[in-house]
Design a binder for this molecule. Sequence first.
Ligand code: SF4
Length: 389
Amino acid sequence: MDAGLKRELEAKVYAGERLTREDGIALYESDDLTWLGRLAHHKRTEDNGDRVMFNVNRHLNLTNVCSASCAYCSFQRKPGEKDAYTMRVDEAVRKAKEMEDEQLTELHIVNGLHPTLPWRYYPKVLRELKAALPKVKLKAFTATEVQWFEKISGLSADEILDELMDAGLESLTGGGAEIFDWEVRQHIVDHACHWEDWSRIHRLAHSKGMKTPSTMLYGHIEEPRHRVDHVLRLRELQDETGGFLVFIPLRYQHDFVDSADGKVRNRIQARTTMASPAESLKTFAVSRLLFDNVPHVKCFWVMHGLSVAQLSLNFGVDDLDGSVVEYKITHDADSYGTPNTMHRDDLLHLIWDAGFRPVERNTRYEVVREYDAAPTLAERRAEPQQVWA
Ligand code: SF4
């Protein structure tokens, strides 16, 4: 990048000025990762100091049966396929209860768009989960699922959200966003929920007092300009509603080995390469810099591995998800040795080792528990260090 432009961007960031679309594209064109990290770290430190938030949650996928066949998805199964499953309500509750000892504060529930499950199943599951685990917050359903519920119930999103909230819904999840630009979206997304509906449903949720996360699936067929466009659409919506708490860049995954049947379901795998760790760090940094109105940027370590998760804390990230005991959607597409279990202590050490102060949060990003600041490097080096995969 031209030195003059670099100085200009740097000055804007340090003055707290809003970056433009062109600025975002220019930042993606820079290969000076250290510089990008420094800028993003400045912004992250201004907003969140040395804190790294995490929550203790469990991911629950009620069904993997889905009417859609999104090109990047290795999770969905068709009815009757060998390992297609749908949990009964009591099974879902039993699975959630298994985690009680972990002192979880949140259940994160996303599912396929099941062709025949009735709408009433979904609020019933929430009600039973809430009754079984009253202290646990329920973060459930993507905007895509809410739009699906409109279709199968004949109700409006307004009525659906009211009923789900009455059943215990605390927050929607941020999924279904992928890349909003139609130029890309038409090739990867196979359901009917696009920017207009996704934003309509999150806007509605925010108007009801809900806070929600936002996401972006990157590293497939999109270009940096599509990532910038995606963030700017969300930034504009955030200006309007203030309802997004966090932005989560999700790295698109190849499924070299499908855990169940050896099939490759990911239809764009042959013509894509996954984002490298450097590209992921750049994406975290640019997202942090563009998103001046969303308080947190999250690294979902399951998709990045723990080393990149640690490094991401110096590239704008201040939130790690979470103490996950099982996560099917990603793990069906993972052959990189990422562990499928992280407990609270593992996460604390991962954060301290990177030189940050862990803070446990709940679904609304309220503090559950503050921990000590990181020991000094000299103190940390006095003990054998854990090597993160
Ligand atoms: S991404 Fe979601 S909607 Fe698309 S095929 Fe997979 S489970 Fe279905």
